[in-house]
Design a protein around this ligand. Structure first.
Ligand code: 5AD
Ligand code: SF4
Length: 479
């Protein structure tokens, strides 16, 4: 992984340019770790625990890449010498969970003098969180945010050298550092960041505040990364961005997301392309056309609707209406008839009336989603919605949430069932956790199927007959 070893001269000062500077610190951290290991007579271990979205999951792979490069061995959280929480803050309960788990780590750290705790990710971008951690959680070793994850090795060295809590949070950045190590969770599929940040400022959402402004990676860097991944055994990529449909708008030579997809499709050996998340307001006709013609783009689109009420959508600053969303769905289904559609829905947004909620139920019935993530509105300090009048009482929200969930699940089960008796190609991902004599494969439309087969199939594409629908997944037969 470390392609730059030969250029590193440790007797010199750290270079200023990236990624060279980080490879310098990786070497330095390696020496610290080695010394520690000699002192205690065993290897040091780590565990990165990820909260939240796929963006965080990909960031965690970067952290794991650096930790393995500096000499740590990976293990489970319960016994790890170095525990890192890559946090989420999209809803308040994400924060609560982290504080709870930190409380449990404290006594472990007292028992193990070599133990370190690191925190990073979205929650660290909130100043109140940092204040609280400094005041009441002084046993934490390293804290950094979403913008400087690439500096992890440097921060690690800083912690070793000072012996003190190292805190480094940036408000924003326009920097994108390429070519650092990363360690994938799956050998055959990988997330690929195509852009960072979000400019949409949906009124309930904290993401633009903690992930900063939209920045797109250069297409050449993205293509090069995917080509390397393919050479390393990857056949499916998930292109990641908070709003992939606005990819490329701020590049020196602007480029649309649709054009990027056309370029990625040309990569030989790549079999499947997925992407998320799409904002309905930016989903272009050009993209729909490309999806319709593509042989590699999977038949799945995650298109968060958030609410079915145009009045609420306006208050959410989503910049589409119920009607325009439905028109968009119609267009997509016309171009890609067998596409699976999934969504995110929030209930209990400030001012949501029963009537508004019925509009949400109505759009769910009209679109008939393959699945939907449903969320109870969570007030995020600093967002415009947090100070809106008419926050909805918890019991009303809970009742709506339950009604919505029933509707979503009933429809999803019906939609899932239509594939019965079809023969489909799946990418085998793992041994099934239901039954060790079975493996689990993912269809192009993102549905899972469990079927008799052994571990050797993992990473390959096979044809499966879908024999039995279990509501949200299938049991099948290897063809
Ligand atoms: N409360 C509840 N759900 C939220 N989401 C984003 N912000 C909030 C919030 N404050 C949901 C949206 C988004 C998904 C990732 O999380 O539905 O699409
Ligand atoms: Fe949040 Fe809206 Fe940006 Fe998605 S598009 S990250 S919901 S502000």
């Amino acid at each position: 992984m470390n392609t730059m070893d030969s250029e590193i001269n440790m007797s010199k000062e750290a270079p200023l340019e990236e990624p060279g500077r980080q490879y310098y610190y990786i070497e330095k951290a390696k020496q610290y770790i080695l010394e520690k290991e000699q002192e205690i007579g065993r290897k040091l271990t780590f565990c990165v625990t990820t909260f939240g979205c796929q963006m965080n999951a990909r960031d965690s792979e970067k952290l794991r890449g650096i930790l393995l490069a500096v000499g740590y061995e990976e293990t489970i959280e319960d016994v790890a010498d170095f525990v890192i929480y890559n946090t989420c803050t999209v809803r308040e309960n994400a924060n609560t969970r982290v504080y709870g788990r930190l409380g449990q780590l404290k006594p472990r750290k007292k028992q193990n003098p070599h133990m370190m705790i690191g925190l990073c990710g979205c929650m660290m971008q909130e100043p109140e969180v940092i204040d609280k951690l400094k005041k009441s959680y002084s046993f934490i070793d390293i804290i950094f945010g979403t913008h400087n994850i690439y500096k992890f090795a440097e921060l690690l060295c800083n912690r070793f050298e000072t012996g003190k809590m190292t805190v480094d949070i940036w408000k924003d950045t326009n920097k994108i550092v390429e070519d650092l190590p990363n360690e994938r969770k799956y050998p055959f599929k990988s997330g690929v960041n195509i852009m960072f940040g979000c400019n949409n400022f949906c009124s309930y959402c904290i993401v633009p505040y903690v992930r900063g402004r939209e920045r797109s990676r250069n297409p050449e860097d993205i293509i090069r990364e995917i080509e390397r991944l393919v050479a390393d055994g990857v056949s499916e990529v998930m292109l990641l961005g908070q709003n992939v449909n606005s990819y490329g708008k701020n590049l020196e030579t602007p480029m649309s997301f649709a054009k990027l997809l056309v370029e990625i499709e040309k990569i030989e050996g790549l079999k499947r392309i997925r992407f998320m998340t799409s904002h309905p307001k930016d989903l272009s006709d050009e993209l729909i056309e490309v999806m319709g013609k593509s042989k590699k783009i999977c038949k799945h689109l995650h298109l968060p609707v958030q609410s079915g009420s145009s009045r609420i959508l306006e208050k959410m600053n989503r910049r589409y209406t119920k009607e325009s969303y439905l028109t968009l769905v119609e267009k997509i289904r016309k171009a890609v008839p067998d596409i699976s559609l999934t969504t995110d829905i929030i209930v209990g947004f400030p001012g949501e009336t029963e009537e508004d909620f019925l509009e949400t139920l109505d759009i769910v019935r009209k679109v008939r989603y393959d699945s939907a993530f449903t969320f109870i509105y969570s007030k995020r300090t600093g967002t415009p919605a947090a100070t809106m009048e008419d926050q909805i009482p918890a019991d009303i929200v809970k009742d709506r949430f339950d009604r919505l969930l029933t509707e979503v699940q009933t429809i999803a089960a019906e939609v899932c069932a239509v594939h019965k008796d079809q023969d489909v190609e799946v990418l085998v991902e793992s041994v099934s956790d239901h039954d060790p004599s079975m493996v689990t494969g993912r269809m192009s439309n993102n549905l899972l199927v469990h079927f008799g087969g052994s571990e050797e199939l993992i990473g390959s594409y096979v044809n499966v007959h879908l024999t039995e629908c279990k509501g949200f997944y299938y049991i099948g037969e290897f063809q």
